[in-house]
Design a binder for this molecule. Sequence first.
Ligand code: AR6
Length: 178
Amino acid sequence: MDRFSILVGDITRSDAEAIVSAANTSLLGGGGVDGAIHRAAGPALLAECRGLGGCETGRAKLTRGYNLRASYVLHTPGPIWQGGHLGESALLAACYRSCLSLAAERGIRSVDFPSISTGIYGYPLPMAATVALKAIMEFLREHDLPQRVRLVCHDEATAAVYRQTWNLWYAEDKACRM
Ligand code: AR6
């Protein structure tokens, strides 16, 4: 599937048109990738976020990227892992879909995602990878935009889990053009 790839890197340095922040529902910044994005974007990002009135888990809101290379940031609060029986997987899938729908609506051509919910929010990585890849691949099959989506993992171990999951479920997609 040449529209999708998994790589290791720092998403704050991404050249995608939009990057995704694994935010919290206040949208007022925090730790992890969200904190790194706010630091790299500068204080104007927080100022814009203050006007958004927060965001529900599984939904997404769009801002400009300010000092980032990316023109836009898609902010999405992932679910906090609570054992898996409180709708976490549906909410995590909704995060990916909401970001991709909003990007498509705005004509955004490339989106880079971090591994949402698998840091501070404690979602078990192999399960999160299955949910994330299914949501992304289904969306790409049904939509022409974004043209390019990447999963930017902060470390090789995380990327390895996403790659294994992708190979398990989607390797045949390499042969059939999407
Ligand atoms: N580039 C790419 N991935 C990164 C980067 C980076 N620069 N920095 C961290 N990661 P987390 P969550 C990875 O904890 O679990 C915040 O306080 C990290 O290794 O950032 O959704 C928010 O405000 C992990 O694989 O997000 C919320 O309160 C992944 O990003 C809460 O954390 C997600 O880890 C959200 O927790």
